[in-house]
Structure formats: structure tokens, C-alpha cells
Design a protein around this ligand. Structure first.
Ligand SMILES: [Zn+2]
Length: 167
């Protein structure tokens, strides 16, 4: 039976690969943030199944370890994509806000600069952008990590149930 260490490693790989794949075509920095977040999400996802159903024996596998759970996650595909889009939009919004704050009208060095243009606001916007990008990758990674757990357990002699223990 794959142990925690193997699940964790497989989850990290699955999470990073999938999140990175989903972020393909994005600027390198965004891709990097989503991939690293995916690695952590994958780790959590891979450990989740055994948190829900602790692996005391290979008979522990119930609904959280079932094919049904796997199909459930796969059928979340569309929803996951919508959440991913939402997260990236929020990140872009923060980035735009930050850029707008940066702008001082050309040729008017003494122009009035809006009050919120201070380093702290800039920092918060940057953290916000980072958070939303990471959230997109984390979520994708978590789904992939959970599936990697099911795939590993399914490959063992006792495999995983279709729906419930013994079924
Ligand atoms: Zn397990």
C-alpha cells in the first residue's frame, strides 16, 4: 500500500505538472507562481483522502477512496475552470490597479498624485495579485493531487471500490 511519503511526492508532481499545464501560455512569472502553488495544492490533495479515511489498513477505502470520488472530481472540470478564470481575473484586476497607481501623467511631474499611491497600497495590491494567482494553481494542483492518490491506491492489489467499501 503506497505510504504517506509516496502519496505526498506523487501529489506534488501531479499538482505541479497539472497546474503548470493549465497555466501554459501565460507570462513566465504567472506560470511559475501557479506551478509552485500547484505543487503545494497537489500535496494537500494527495494527503486529503487519507485524512478523510485514515489508512489503518487497506480496508479503509470507502467513498473518499472510490472511483465515484474520482469521477466526481473529474466532473468538476468545468467548475474548476470557472474558478480558475475567476482567480486570474481578480489577479489581473489587482495588477491593473497597481499599474494605474504607478502612473504619473507625463510632462506633469508636479501633477496631483492620488492619495492611495503609497508603498503600502502597492504592496497590498501585489500580495493580492499573488494570492489570486496562487489560488488558481493551488486549486488545480489539489484536484490533480487527489486523483494521483486514487490512481496509486487503485494500482494496489486491493484496489479502490466503485462507490463504497466492498462494492
Ligand atoms: Zn489512501
Amino acid at each position: 500500500m503506497p505510504n504517506r511519503r509516496i502519496h505526498r511526492r506523487a501529489g506534488r508532481i501531479a499538482g505541479a505538472v497539472y497546474a503548470g499545464h493549465r497555466a501554459k501560455g501565460q507570462p513566465v512569472f504567472h506560470l511559475a507562481v501557479e506551478t509552485v502553488a500547484g505543487l503545494h495544492g497537489g500535496e494537500l490533495g494527495a494527503l486529503l483522502a487519507d485524512v478523510l479515511e485514515p489508512g489503518r489498513s487497506s480496508w479503509h477505502r470507502g467513498i473518499a477512496h472510490s472511483c465515484a470520488a474520482g469521477v466526481g472530481i473529474l466532473s468538476l472540470g468545468d467548475t474548476l475552470m470557472r474558478i480558475e478564470t475567476f482567480c486570474r481575473q481578480r489577479a489581473e484586476q489587482k495588477a491593473t490597479e497597481r499599474r494605474t497607481l504607478d502612473m504619473v501623467p507625463a510632462g506633469e511631474p508636479n501633477a496631483f498624485v492620488p492619495a492611495p499611491n503609497n508603498p503600502l497600497t502597492q504592496l497590498f495590491l501585489l500580495i493580492g495579485e499573488f494570492f489570486w494567482r496562487a489560488a488558481a494553481g493551488f486549486l488545480n494542483g489539489m484536484a490533480a493531487g487527489y486523483l494521483s492518490h486514487l490512481a496509486l491506491d487503485a494500482g494496489t492489489p486491493r484496489s479502490i471500490p466503485l462507490l463504497l467499501n466492498g462494492f
